[in-house]
Design a protein around this ligand. Structure first.
Ligand code: HEC
Ligand code: HEC
Ligand code: HEC
Ligand code: HEC
Length: 144
């Protein structure tokens, strides 16, 4: 009897701990994120529901592949750190335009939320040959 009740107490504690741990994870890594940045005065395309947790867990992508905090040119972001919205550092809603005689400058790219978001999302899908690259695969057509 004694052994049994100790087991029950331990099991209850273990389950309790699991709730604490999964509760913390759930707040750290949201399942899905509605990509609806307020830098855009109006969304011309449908809102993308980004499967955040799937990307991190099922597709095995490291947090630091998408999240960064640069110190002396090095990404020092680590799991558990606070995450600022992309728009905090990449605030311009406009799609940058190439100058007539050349390529986009680094400033144009880095200023643009539109550019960095497509570079990150679509860029990885293209290079890994996995994940959607067509507009309407992310910006799903509204149901009719
Ligand atoms: C891999 C997914 C993905 C693909 C493919 C993609 N987009 Fe996006 N797009 C996004 C995300 C995410 C945002 C950011 C929306 C936000 O945070 O508000 C965005 C933002 C935008 C915006 C600015 C917000 C708005 O609705 O006006 C436009 C315009 C846009 N995309 C057009 C396109 C076009 C055109 C294509 C195809 C050439 C395309 N996108 C392909 C994911 C994608
Ligand atoms: C494939 C890209 C990608 C991966 C991998 C990824 N994230 Fe994110 N994460 C995002 C994007 C995009 C956002 C939304 C940013 C925004 O709203 O501007 C976000 C938002 C967040 C937020 C803020 C959530 C909120 O509700 O404000 C946290 C915290 C976070 N991520 C933590 C993590 C952690 C921890 C990992 C690794 C276990 C991770 N992310 C992996 C792309 C990613
Ligand atoms: C705290 C500021 C900050 C935040 C928040 C931030 N970035 Fe950046 N980002 C930078 C800096 C700084 C660079 C490097 C600029 C350079 O090399 O000139 C950069 C570079 C990039 C690049 C270029 C390629 C690379 O990875 O170096 C992409 C793409 C990018 N960011 C996407 C994102 C996305 C997507 C988010 C949100 C999930 C985000 N950034 C959040 C500051 C930030
Ligand atoms: C570092 C690589 C990488 C980055 C960055 C990335 N993805 Fe993906 N994405 C993948 C992979 C891998 C898959 C899975 C493809 C498969 O297995 O079919 C995927 C699948 C998807 C899918 C279809 C399946 C699902 O889970 O919904 C969507 C939509 C998607 N990504 C949107 C986005 C958006 C939006 C962003 C940027 C906020 C993004 N991805 C950033 C690698 C990436």
């Amino acid at each position: 009897m004694k052994k049994r009740s100790i087991f029950v107490i331990l099991a209850t504690l273990a389950v309790g701990m699991m709730f604490v741990v999964s509760g913390a994870l759930a707040t750290d890594v949201p399942d899905t994120i509605k990509m609806e940045s307020k830098v855009y005065p109006k969304h011309k395309k449908t809102i993308v529901d980004f499967s955040h947790k799937k990307h991190a867990a099922d597709y095995g992508i490291a947090c630091a592949d998408c999240h960064h905090v640069y110190t002396d040119g090095k990404n020092v972001y680590k799991e558990g750190d606070a995450v600022a919205k992309c728009e905090t550092c990449h605030p311009d809603p406009a799609k940058p335009k190439k100058p007539k005689d050349g390529e986009l400058t680094q400033e144009q790219k880095m200023g643009s939320h539109y550019w960095v978001i497509h570079e990150n999302c679509k860029g990885c899908h293209k290079s890994g040959k996995k994940g959607p690259t067509k507009c309407t695969e992310c910006h799903l057509k509204p149901a009719e």
